[in-house]
Design a protein around this ligand. Structure first.
Ligand code: DC
Length: 219
């Protein structure tokens, strides 16, 4: 059983996916971390994320591994654990760009599907229900008002010790939204069979409760 969770940045996907996975005893697959890992590799190899050719050239010599421990997912690039470096503003911006490159998406597809084969996985991202696991029996599409999402993301960044104004966070988020929704390959769209949850005025517990109810009804 794979549970697919998609939605835009700042909607609370990671938190609810991690909680849902932990309550069900499932593996939590954070697919955004894989795009971030590719972005990290490009930044550390002095390859511009906009340089399609060089990005594609570097992929076959890159190794990405995931380690699942205590409900968390750690990412190793070329055998180095880079998990703690994946959420910096530089990596976030580069991930948004490399994730629109078809060669990157194709390269990461089997990596994600291999984890799905283990079964009992909660996977979250942008194209999980539409492309990565289109036959997942349970799919959720989370959305929320853009201002609410920007406020949430800003709080996260401040808590992680990053500086920067709310306006900048809001601008970055809106740029990522536009790229995610309008890219030619696997754009962010709800799967036709996804259950929609608007998290604008819901807390984490309320979202997870709605998902748990859907899981119970489906099993
Ligand atoms: O969910 P996140 O913010 O960690 O994702 C990082 C970037 O990767 C984001 O810009 C969108 C992209 N992404 C994607 O295109 N497809 C996915 N399945 C997951 C993330």
């Amino acid at each position: 059983m794979v549970i697919a969770i998609d939605g835009p940045a700042g909607v609370g996907k990671s938190t609810v996916a991690r909680l849902l996975a932990s309550r069900l005893g499932y593996l939590y697959l954070d697919t955004g971390a894989l795009y971030r890992a590719v972005a990290w590799k490009m930044l550390h190899s002095n390859v511009k994320p906009t340089d399609l050719e060089r990005v594609a050239q570097l992929l076959p010599t890159t190794s990405i591994q995931m380690q699942f421990q205590n409900g968390a997912m750690n990412v190793l690039v070329d055998d180095h654990d880079i998990t703690s470096e994946l959420r910096t503003p530089d990596v976030t911006a580069a991930a948004s760009i490399v994730s629109a490159i078809p060669a990157v998406r194709e390269w990461l597809l089997p990596v994600q599907r291999q984890i799905g084969q283990r079964g009992s996985v909660v996977a979250e991202g942008r194209d999980i229900g539409t492309k990565v696991f289109p036959s997942a029996p349970l799919k959720f599409f989370l959305d929320a008002d853009a201002t609410v999402r920007a406020e949430r993301r800003h709080r996260e960044l401040v808590a992680a010790g990053h500086s920067g104004s709310m306006e900048k966070t809001s601008e970055d988020l809106s740029g990522r939204d536009t790229r995610d929704r309008n890219r030619a390959i696997a754009p962010l769209v709800p799967a036709t069979d996804a259950r929609h949850i608007d998290t604008s005025s819901l807390n984490i517990e309320q979202v997870v409760a709605q998902m748990m109810a859907a899981v119970s009804a489906a099993s």
